[in-house]
Ligand binder design. Structure first.
Ligand code: T46
Length: 132
């Protein structure tokens, strides 16, 4: 399964902690877009799609959530619960996010601008293409 958990450098001192994220250094791609997800609900599921070329890093900067990854052959469930760790997902991986803690906030760094045509939202088509 093509994903990686990346541990970021934390600068901690008496005032608190700081994590810098630099494109093509801490983040393995040029960052073209940043978005964040908040006011999440424990019973809701987000995602349910794959991307044709988009790479992303998802960071639970507050709280936690589960992310189910599916490459058409195997599935992996990951619990994201650290603000100093990012889940790196490359293109072609189906993802579903759920089991959000109250107040969970996700910060997402993306390798491409937003393009709704770049999403694959039909799971049976995804599975068919992945096993071709
Ligand atoms: C992903 C997971 C982790 C925009 O207008 N611009 C954007 O950059 C994004 C990401 C979304 N939108 C609009 C499109 C929808 O009307 O925001 C609305 C909610 O987006 P969506 O249903 O795609 O949200 P999620 O949480 O299901 O998925 C998002 C990303 O779309 C996706 O790439 O991997 O977060």
């Amino acid at each position: 399964m093509n994903y990686r958990l990346i541990k970021f450098n934390v600068f901690a001192d008496a005032r608190g902690k700081l994590v810098p994220l630099e494109a093509e250094k801490d983040i393995p791609f040029e960052i073209k877009r940043v978005y964040y997800i908040f006011d999440t609900l424990p019973d809701e599921t987000r995602g349910k799609h794959s991307h044709k070329k988009l790479q992303q890093i998802i960071i639970a900067i507050d709280g936690s959530c589960s992310i189910m990854l599916d490459n058409g052959k195997e599935r992996k469930k990951i619990r994201l619960n650290r603000p100093d760790e990012g889940l790196y997902i490359v293109e072609g991986i189906w993802r579903e996010m759920n089991e959000f803690s109250y107040g969970c906030k996700l910060l997402v760094l993306a390798s491409e601008h937003y393009d709704p045509d770049e999403y694959i939202r039909d799971h049976s088509k995804y599975i068919k293409d992945a096993n071709r």
